[in-house]
Design a protein around this ligand. Structure first.
Ligand SMILES: [Zn+2]
Ligand SMILES: [Zn+2]
Length: 235
């Protein structure tokens, strides 16, 4: 599995919003501006045929219409594009296209397969995707995922049971570390330090505010990696 961190920042950050690409064909979350980032870094968006969404906040969904439009213009959407996420994702995509005043969606509707996952569901297709409900303030549902029994992704989340299950059952977890200190919406350095120690696992921090990134870089905590946008690794 080839993994690229397309974005590792929070909304108010000079880095891209959190976004991960696996093997060029599955994109996890579609934040604002991410189509341009993919193109600038010589990724081939045409290869993406699975879009996996953690929750419906704008910094995880804003570019879906632009990505779909790009796929439509390049005729690749005829291959079927799967949009997988929590309950409400289909409606969200349709609403976004309407709000953005892009009316191409009806032309490609039959090529888009929506798949709304239930909590703790296992979807087995090209990848094995397991969904775990996580705590993210008032936003429900919010999911973290384990892909192919080895890569964990917490999505946006506070410290909760779901996140512990993800870290425990993955080899590496890309984990929300927005804050220096965790709260009811996002984890902090304190939470990631606990998880890394408790489960003896490697965590890669994402969704970081710039001040959190700086603090993490200074602290150099064992098993917590702080990487730039564009970092690639294999699992
Ligand atoms: Zn969020
Ligand atoms: Zn977010």
């Amino acid at each position: 599995m080839n993994i690229t961190l397309i974005g590792t920042g929070a909304i108010y950050s000079k880095y891209n919003n959190a976004c991960t690409l696996i093997n060029d064909d599955i994109l996890i979350d579609v934040p604002n501006g991410i189509l341009k980032t993919l193109l600038r870094n010589n990724h081939i968006p045409e290869k993406i045929d699975k879009i996996l969404i953690t929750h419906l906040h704008g910094d995880h969904t804003a570019d879906i219409p632009f990505l779909l439009m790009y796929l439509y213009k390049n005729k690749k959407v005829e291959r079927n594009t799967y949009i997988i996420g929590p309950k409400g994702i289909e409606n969200k995509v349709k609403q976004l296209c309407q709000i953005y005043h892009y009316h191409f969606l009806e032309k490609i509707d039959s090529y888009i397969q929506y798949r709304e996952l239930k909590p703790n569901e296992i979807l087995e297709n090209t990848y094995k995707i397991q969904s775990f409900p996580v705590l993210h303030g008032k936003e429900k549902p919010a999911y973290g995922y384990i892909i192919d029994d080895k890569l964990g992704l917490t999505g946006d989340c506070a410290f909760c049971e779901g996140v512990q299950t993800i870290v425990k059952n993955s080899e590496i977890t890309i984990a929300d570390c927005s804050r220096i200190q965790g709260d009811e919406s996002h984890m902090g350095i304190d939470n990631l330090s606990f998880l890394a120690k408790e489960y003896h696992k490697t965590l890669i921090a994402t969704h970081m505010k710039d001040e959190t990134r700086e603090e993490l870089e200074n602290l150099k905590i064992a098993n917590i990696l702080v990487k730039e946008d564009g970092y690639k690794f294999e699992l």
